[in-house]
Design a protein around this ligand. Structure first.
Ligand code: ADP
Length: 452
């Protein structure tokens, strides 16, 4: 067992975010150790780490979700810091607790803050207390009594949405349009919530018909300082999966965004939040409505890095090491516009995953273009994990320039040997609604329907 080294970081993740974490560690001069599964044994990013430790077989439950194996890798290497990335264990309070109990530090907020934000009803209550606007509806779970539920729904006004307090990944939600559907919908959602999330608590909100998804990036240190680093529009989604993200959100009053951003930063100070985080909102008819907070780095953080010029990953690691934020709110800049396209190894028509070996690949470049990818010619894409193989990010002086650069980059990008959604991105970037900006969260699915 090696001595605990706070200048050594264990990456408890894989793929492009593992590579992104390695790059941040290099920038900070930290030693970096990657935990990996047997399926990722030959992965290219491992060569960029100082050490690679195999923690188990391909299924995530036996490797990237295996807390004892990850802690054993930290012990063997001496890593004092553990970065969970996104997905996998990144929002599991029990992992945060285990890391702490092992005398190490997770790059993320405390287990108790993570637990509070993981319960959407508790999160909503905390946000209401902090003056962050939420979707209309009670800040408590629903009672069992059907009559009482009926009165609450009538008070909000139909349509309403039933949501699992412990839900995630777009599951455990049901829209109810009339009173006659309410009792059955409640029963089914409750059963699902118990089965999927081990928590049968259900809450109710007004269902917004045509909202946009707009989120605020925050970063807070352990000394009571919190910043908001700008906003992102992630409305281009399919089945609640984001495909294109941009910063800033087009066509929204900057003063309103600043007011919401300030409230997010204030609530971070209030709850003792430390680390990078995202407040997700629905935006409709000029109003913001909080839906949830993600207590981790997000896939789409690069669009914020491009417009602010900040290295959010390096800053996230530094605040986890106890360093104070190096800038104040008035030093946060936003320059131009950035658009990110998530490149998935999947069939562009059916969306079925397309694992296999990449035979040839061209990574686009040129002014304003950044591609974060962990794969290249010869890489094997395992079937066991998420199909995202990289992100193409385009920055420009304004939205039109960012769009033009994104189109050029997508025209240039080439991946052979597996199918990807690159052809779909080319079409989406040319689509008039998205080009105009400000589409709702249903836009992409409607467009995919008409395209058939
Ligand atoms: P999850 O944690 O499962 O992602 P969220 O609370 O973030 O759940 O909601 C996921 C998605 O469900 C939102 O992005 C939005 O598309 C839809 N949604 C959630 N709440 C509402 C609402 N009150 N009105 C309309 N759509 C909603």
């Amino acid at each position: 067992m090696a001595a605990i080294d706070m200048d050594c970081l264990l990456v408890a993740n894989r793929g492009e975010i593992a590579l992104r974490i390695i790059r941040a560690c290099r920038r900070l001069g930290l030693r970096v150790v990657c935990a990996h599964s047997e399926a990722d044994r030959d992965a290219a990013w491992l060569h960029l780490a100082d050490q690679a430790i195999c923690i188990g077989p391909a299924p995530a439950a036996k490797s990237y979700l295996n807390i004892p194996a990850l802690l054993a890798a930290a012990e063997a290497s001496g890593a004092g810091l553990i970065h969970p990335g996104y997905g996998f264990l990144s929002e599991r309070p029990e992992f945060a607790e285990a890391v702490e109990a092992a005398g190490r530090r997770l790059v993320g907020p405390s287990a108790s803050v993570m637990r509070m934000m993981g319960d959407k009803v508790e999160a909503k209550r905390a946000m209401i207390a902090a003056g962050v606007p939420c979707v209309p509806g009670p800040d408590s779970v629903l009672p069992d009594d059907p009559d009482a539920i009926g009165r609450i729904a009538a008070g909000i006004g139909y349509p309403v949405i039933l949501k699992a307090a412990g839900g995630g990944g777009g599951r455990g939600m049901r829209v109810v349009r009339t009173e006659s559907e309410l009792a059955d919908a409640f029963m089914v959602t409750r059963q699902e919530a118990g089965r999927f999330f081990g928590n049968a608590d259900i809450y109710i909100e007004k269902f917004l018909e045509r909202p946009r998804h707009v989120e605020i990036q925050v970063l807070a240190d352990a000394h009571g300082h919190a910043l908001w680093l700008g906003d992102r529009d992630c409305s281009m989604q399919r089945r609640h999966q984001k495909l294109i993200e941009e910063a800033p959100a087009p066509g929204i009053d900057r003063a309103l965004i600043a007011e919401i951003g300030e409230r997010c930063a204030a609530s971070c100070r209030r709850i003792g939040y430390v680390g990078a985080g995202t407040f997700e909102f629905l935006y409709e008819d000029g109003q913001f409505y909080f839906i949830e907070m993600n207590t981790r780095i997000q896939v789409e953080h690069p669009v914020t890095e491009m417009v602010t010029g900040l290295d959010i990953l390096a800053m996230q690691i530094d605040v986890a090491r106890g360093k104070p934020l190096p800038i104040t709110q008035d030093q946060v800049r936003s320059l131009g516009h950035a658009i990110e396209c998530r490149i998935n190894a999947e069939d562009p028509q059916s969306f079925a995953p397309s694992p296999g070996r990449i035979t040839a690949m061209h990574v686009p470049g040129g002014p304003g273009i950044r591609m974060d990818t962990h794969v290249g010619a010869g890489s094997e894409i395992p079937a066991s994990y998420d199909s995202m193989i990289g992100k193409i990010i385009a920055h420009g002086g304004d939205r039109d320039e960012a769009l033009a650069r994104a189109r050029t980059a997508l025209a240039e990008a080439r991946v052979e040997g597996v199918s990807t959604n690159i052809p779909l991105h080319r079409q989406m970037l040319a689509e008039p609604g998205f080009s105009a900006g400000g589409v709702s969260i249903h836009h992409l699915e409607h467009w995919l329907e008409t395209r058939k």
